[in-house]
Design a protein around this ligand. Structure first.
Ligand code: SF4
Ligand code: SF4
Length: 208
């Protein structure tokens, strides 16, 4: 398979297992992820023709997309997800889905002080986070209380998670890392996934 030119199957399956373990594998979550991957596949097929490579099938592209959703291209000496996203702010369609559908809206213990320095009134809106003990969250979400018709009502003092979306922090107290959130209908995430997939595809075919 094409993706095997980049990483061996055993390692790929181990990474996949780890990702599923961290994300949980709810039916709804899995379905949303599949829908986004399907959209990426449709676009990738328009951007990269497989006709000129004998033996490469549609399934190979699916695997490349799945792989792009799991890893940072830094492991191949490529750009980080943040570097790619920062170069393309236009990918965000400002649809507001992330503000309406995210829960909890995570606040890291180390950013609490700075958020309150910018906006002391936020102290009435922030509570402890049961899911991530020691950290915090907004009291009201789904939708976030600060989601306005045009934009975030606390834009200048919004939490880090809102600034970095669709890249989200995962992990525990020992280890943190950023992953691409594929569970909302988000144009920014879709374009980032597509861009990473195109880079991985080009890298993979350069080895055959
Ligand atoms: S980050 Fe994604 S979900 Fe959020 S507003 Fe932009 S396109 Fe919409
Ligand atoms: S704080 Fe602002 S950017 Fe963050 S989820 Fe709420 S409305 Fe969206």
């Amino acid at each position: 398979m094409l993706r095997d030119t980049l990483i061996d199957r055993d390692l790929f399956e181990k990474i996949q297992e780890k990702v599923l373990e961290n994300e949980g594998n709810g039916e709804n979550i899995e379905l949303k992820k599949k829908m986004l991957e399907k959209s990426a596949l449709k676009r990738l097929r328009k951007k990269r023709s497989i006709k000129k490579y004998s033996g490469i099938k549609k399934e190979d592209l699916k695997e490349i997309i799945e792989f792009a959703g799991m890893i940072s291209l830094e492991i191949f000496g490529g750009p980080s997800d943040f570097e790619i996203a920062a170069a393309h702010p236009e990918w965000c369609s400002h649809c507001g889905t992330c503000c309406k559908e995210s829960s909890p809206i995570f606040i890291h213990k180390d950013e609490l002080g700075i958020l309150l320095r910018f906006n002391l009134d936020l102290k009435y809106e922030i509570v402890g986070n049961d899911e991530y003990p020691g950290h915090f969250r907004f009291k009201e979400d789904l939708p976030c209380k600060f989601h306005g018709a045009k934009r975030c009502k606390i834009y200048d003092s919004r939490p880090h998670v809102c600034r970095s979306y669709p890249l989200i922090l995962m992990g525990n107290d020992d280890r943190h890392y950023y992953v691409l959130d594929l569970y909302h209908k988000c144009d920014y995430a879709l374009n980032l996934l597509l861009e990473k997939s195109m880079i991985l595809f080009d890298e993979a075919v350069s080895h055959i």
